[in-house]
Design a protein around this ligand. Structure first.
Ligand SMILES: C[S@@+](CC[C@H](N)C(=O)[O-])C[C@H]1O[C@@H](n2cnc3c(N)ncnc32)[C@H](O)[C@@H]1O
Length: 430
């Protein structure tokens, strides 16, 4: 029986197609990269999945620079969403950032424009390769982000943010037992920048690192530890009650439990609650887990401490999630700020007189931080800023004149930097 001859499958082409789908989800539909991952990579597994994610993430880190290269050799600019531009971004980032050989990068990118402008893609790619041009050492921020952060924080911070995009950040972990910080830093081959913190530059898969399975630590950026740090330890006797609102996957819940609080951890996402439960189980921590919407749920009684880690634009975690640089527009920031205002206004009634409210967002937008809290404080005369002592903060993290904590690109830069966070500690009148 005669066999039909098929064209040879190009090894690795499915990973590039998945990368194209991921970029389309982020850049055209405004979806977070991590949320798009399951649908875009459902036909591929293992290393191909990792490659698709790496290509998409690196394109998002270097998008303005890749586009400048492409535009430097085309007579007429390709439309932003043209398949040819996407295929070129994918091919170029592999050669210039991921170290893929040129022939492999282009032969796996051409099927992305099958039946379309293959010649154009091949020509532009070859012209850039021949020119020997490299990407600049310091990536460019997308213009609207540079403009926004320059206006909010000044040119030095915007420049530091650009430097911080170049590579993913180091791994930070928080220890359940702060008294063994030096020992864990040595065991994990890292450095410690604060009690209970270890930073690791080169590491194996997280689940294979010593102490992970025993629950000795959890992954958490140093800046993300500040909200629970400034709540401090629970009152003597172990009867202090706390609500961790918007708690999943639970980094701050685990801190509060380790600091001696009885915690109710509330979150509206069932999927994220599952991860919170797994984290509690792994670290042998106990908390009451509530699947509830902050805009509908209420506690049975007021608490001593309330932590609101509010849903936000997440622009402060751009080093790990470079998609935020492209999909967070002013309308998204305004939408998130409106949700935060509603959550704050409602939950503020759950704090006992004399109790503590800590509000935090992993955002670099004043609308979700300073502006939000100034508005809250002018509406609520029963609350006042309770500026934390510098001793409660990681060294090098300042308290603003107003009494807020704001971490920015450029802070602790020599040690590997930290995420952008806004944190306010307030006291309710007794
Ligand atoms: C910044 S994340 C929380 C991170 C978490 N605090 C930690 O340290 O691991 C924000 C969380 O808010 C939750 N969320 C969003 N809207 C909510 C709402 N209306 N009520 C309760 N949780 C909400 C999300 O599901 C998400 O888990």
């Amino acid at each position: 029986m005669a066999t039909l001859s098929r064209p040879p499958a190009i090894l690795g082409a499915p990973a590039r197609l998945a990368a194209l789908r991921l970029l389309d989800a982020v850049l055209r539909r405004g979806e977070p990269l991590e949320s798009a991952l399951t649908a875009a990579t459902r036909h591929i597994h293992g290393p191909d999945r990792g490659l698709a994610h790496a290509i998409a993430a690196e394109v998002l880190r270097r998008l303005p620079d890749l586009d400048a290269l492409i535009d430097s050799v085309t007579e007429r600019a390709l439309p932003d969403d043209a398949k040819a531009r996407m295929a070129l971004r994918i091919a170029l980032v592999q050669v210039l950032v991921l170290g893929t050989p040129q022939h492999a990068a282009i032969s796996t990118a051409l099927p992305l424009v099958e039946g379309g402008p293959r010649k154009l893609v091949h020509g532009v790619f070859s012209a850039i390769m021949k020119s020997g041009v490299l990407l600049p050492e310091v990536p460019a921020l997308p213009a609207p982000v540079e403009y926004r952060w320059d206006a909010a924080w000044g040119g030095e911070v915007a420049d530091a943010a650009a430097r911080a995009i170049a590579a993913p950040p180091p791994l930070d972990v928080t220890l359940a037992d702060w008294s063994s910080t030096a020992q864990w830093a040595e065991r994990l081959g890292g450095i410690s920048l604060a009690p209970g913190h270890v930073r690791i530059a080169d590491h194996a898969s997280v689940v294979d690192m010593p102490g992970y399975k025993d629950g000795a630590w959890w992954v958490q950026d140093l800046a993300a530890t500040i909200p629970a740090r400034i709540i401090g330890t629970g009152p003597e006797g172990g009867e202090g009650t706390a609500i961790d609102l918007c708690a999943a996957p639970g980094g701050k819940t685990l801190q509060l439990v380790a600091q001696g609080w009885h915690v109710a951890a509330v979150d509206s996402s069932q999927a994220r609650i599952k991860r919170l439960r797994e984290n509690l189980y792994r670290t042998h921590s106990k908390a009451e887990v509530v699947h509830g919407d902050a805009l509908l749920w209420s506690p049975a009684a007021p608490v001593d401490a309330l932590l609101i880690d509010a849903p936000c634009s997440a622009t402060g975690i751009f080093r790990r999630h470079p998609d935020v640089l492209h999909r967070v527009r002013p309308s998204v920031i305004a939408e998130m700020a409106a949700v935060q205002a509603r959550i704050l206004a409602r939950a503020a009634d759950w704090v006992k007189p004399g109790g503590t409210l800590v509000y935090a967002t992993c955002s670099l937008e004043p609308a979700e931080g300073e502006v939000q809290l100034d508005a809250f404080l002018s509406a609520r005369s029963d609350y006042a800023i309770d500026a934390p002592d510098a001793a409660m903060l990681p060294p090098g993290i300042p308290v603003s004149d107003r009494g807020y904590v704001r971490t920015l690109p450029g802070m602790l830069e020599a040690e590997g930097g930290c995420d952008g966070f806004f944190v306010a500690r307030l006291r309710r009148a007794a």
